[in-house]
Design a protein around this ligand. Structure first.
Ligand SMILES: [Zn+2]
Length: 304
């Protein structure tokens, strides 16, 4: 039986639903604005999107939902969500009740890693580390084609480890992080961190895109900022390799779109890896911005 899988990606401004067949082909995709008027409206929107999609396709399917947050194993309630209407809600149970079936819920970074592990840049690999480098730095982890969320549901949250192998200057300049600590990987390797580092060095208040453009056109200060940023990201990924030694590293988020990153990173990771060889592929995502919603659909795997 060719089963139908629905994936829903709940974002801060839009909510997307997608239907995949058993081969991962996209049968339908719809978007709606994420309601601003509270939690019940979000539950109703997801229910209505699924029911409308089933009516159009003429058969029922499984439902997986990616959210910017996690379900606390201690309380069963959503925590760490930047769509704050979800915090403290039993979102998985409420969606399951609204749709009269079990609904699987997962952190959006884990959905990204899963999507790339199932049929993306890490297809067929045992261990896929899906880094998301954008306005923040996070990651998801997929092992043997399934999400590995971890005991605290924080597997992959390496953005709040300290920047590894820091120079004295980096120790002294360590930026304050919203998490309460200083010098987290996120404060050095996120997109805004590139801009802040470049501003400290040059006094120019440029965004990361402008810096990358200027670097490509031969601006020396912008190029130097790019090199410091890639070196820090390389060290940070070496930390991951030394702990997990994944088969594939995929870099999503806005900064993962920087094409030259994939040429530059391996030689910056290699010197810090505790091994005489380093061959781990570091790749851009195959599914791009669709990885979150595809991964949500794949929460119902080929076996279950
Ligand atoms: Zn932090």
């Amino acid at each position: 039986v060719d089963r139908l899988r629905f994936g829903v990606d709940l974002g801060g401004t839009k909510t997307e639903i997608l239907a995949l067949d058993g081969e991962g082909r996209e049968l339908l995709r719809e978007r709606a604005p994420t309601p601003k008027d509270g939690y019940d409206a979000i539950v109703r929107l997801i229910r209505d999107l699924v029911l409308a999609a089933e009516a159009r396709l003429g058969r029922p399917g499984t439902v997986g939902v990616g959210i910017p947050g996690a379900i606390s194993p201690a309380t069963g309630l959503v925590k760490n969500a930047n769509t704050t209407a979800l915090i403290g809600q039993a979102f998985d149970r409420d969606l399951s009740a609204a749709l009269a079936r079990e609904v699987r819920l997962e952190n959006d970074a884990n959905c990204f890693a899963l999507s790339e592990a199932v049929d993306g840049a890490g297809a067929g690999a045992r261990a896929v580390f899906g880094a998301i480098v954008g306005t923040g730095v996070g990651a998801g982890l997929a092992l043997f084609g399934r999400v590995w969320a971890g005991r605290q549901l924080i597997a992959g949250e390496w953005g709040h480890n300290p920047l590894p192998w820091p120079s004295l200057a980096e120790l002294e300049a360590a930026p304050r992080c919203y998490c309460g600590k200083h010098g987290c990987i996120e404060t050095w390797c996120a997109g805004p961190a590139l801009a802040a580092d470049h501003a400290r060095a040059t006094g120019r208040d440029w965004g990361s895109e402008r810096i990358l453009e200027a670097a490509a056109q031969g601006d020396e200060a912008a190029e130097a900022a790019y090199r410091r940023w890639t070196d820090r990201l390389g060290r940070s990924l070496a930390h991951v390799v030394n702990v997990l030694d994944p088969d594939v590293i995929v870099i999503g988020g806005g900064m993962g779109k920087v094409a030259r990153l994939y040429d530059d990173l391996p030689s910056l990771v290699r010197p810090h890896v505790f091994s005489d060889e380093f061959t781990t592929p570091i790749r851009p995502p195959v599914h791009g911005d669709s990885s979150g919603v595809r991964g949500a659909a794949w929460l119902w795997g080929r076996e279950g």
